[in-house]
Design a protein around this ligand. Sequence first.
Ligand SMILES: Cc1ncc(COP(=O)(O)O)c(C=O)c1O
Length: 390
Amino acid sequence: MCTHLLYSVSGKRNLLFIPGPVEVEEEILLASSKPVVNHRGKIFHEIFDDTKRKLKEVLLTKNEVVILTASGTGAVEALAANFAPGRKALVVNSGEFGSRLAETLKVYGAEVVEVAAELGSAPKLEAVVSQMDSVKPDVVAFVYNDTSPGVRLSYARELVKEAKSRGALILVDAVSAVGGDELRIDAWGIDALAGASQKCLAAPPGLSFVVLNDEARENMSKDVKSVYFDLRRYLEYSAKSETPFTPAVTLFYAFNSALERILRFGVEKWISMHVERAAALYRAFAALGLTPFVEEEFRSRTVLSFTTPQSVNAAEFRKALIEKYDIEVAGGLGKLKDRIVRVGVMGRIPMRDIVALVTAVGLEMKERGVEANLPEALAELAKLATYEHL
Ligand SMILES: Cc1ncc(COP(=O)(O)O)c(C=O)c1O
């Protein structure tokens, strides 16, 4: 048997500070261990409706939600399959996931124009608006929080406003932002948005979702080149409290429980926990000699990326954290491989784990000859203790 499956849920394992999947609380893991039921039967119907209701509440939206048995890529693909065919799309690209969004829209038949920036930054809003005026796109698409460099599109709200005033349909990949950052789907006017279970909503991986407003539903392509991701089918079945294809029933149990957890904690508090934790950790890591990779205006609240001092090799540093402290942080993707360290801080993380992370990073920096001020770094965390018992 695979050794991992022999571990108990509370057994020895690495602490995950990667940008998803994240640690899942025990009550949520246990929720998925209930019997599998008929996905066309009454019990599932209730679970389906309740999960949708809770998801809308957590997302602070009145729009329609469609839950997919697929990872976040599936939800993004569903956006592309249903809104790309034959349309001209402007993609704001601030990293690997922006490139993937552009690629996916092309696969499903959009003519794509990209507006990009240097890695570690985002295009200026004025540059995007001026592209909108020259390209006149039918669709404007962006990744709210590009997980690969840790770039947050801080002007998302203004961008949506500018694009809407020009009549474009707005598609957003918010996979690594939902639940962990300010996001007002309805008030900002986002037409269609993709999210996933395993990041800031802190459920196990395997489910994702699409949020659609009326305009999006009225503007779905009539030429969808996908069976699994044809959102019309999901909307039709949703009226019967079902999905068109077999859903991951036990993941629905866990997702429901994770959403319940957030509602109990308080949605606004859950989000501000992420925002304040990120701010404290940027300060703490700076005290330890790490430099934020992203310029301040665009720094992510859920994926914190850093360059190490010249004397510290990023890949070896990460390896040492795993081997000596059982702590996993991520490296860079694509061109940023071995150039940056990314720390995923998503979902509710016990204070002791945050203290362990900061302490391990501090000790390891010292070990490598860096002047790391560990007491100062730890002092930054004190305020976060207010979230500990919620
Ligand atoms: C911004 C963003 N979009 C899409 C994805 C793809 O999600 P998944 O890995 O769940 O397919 C990720 C995953 O990290 C992501 O961060």
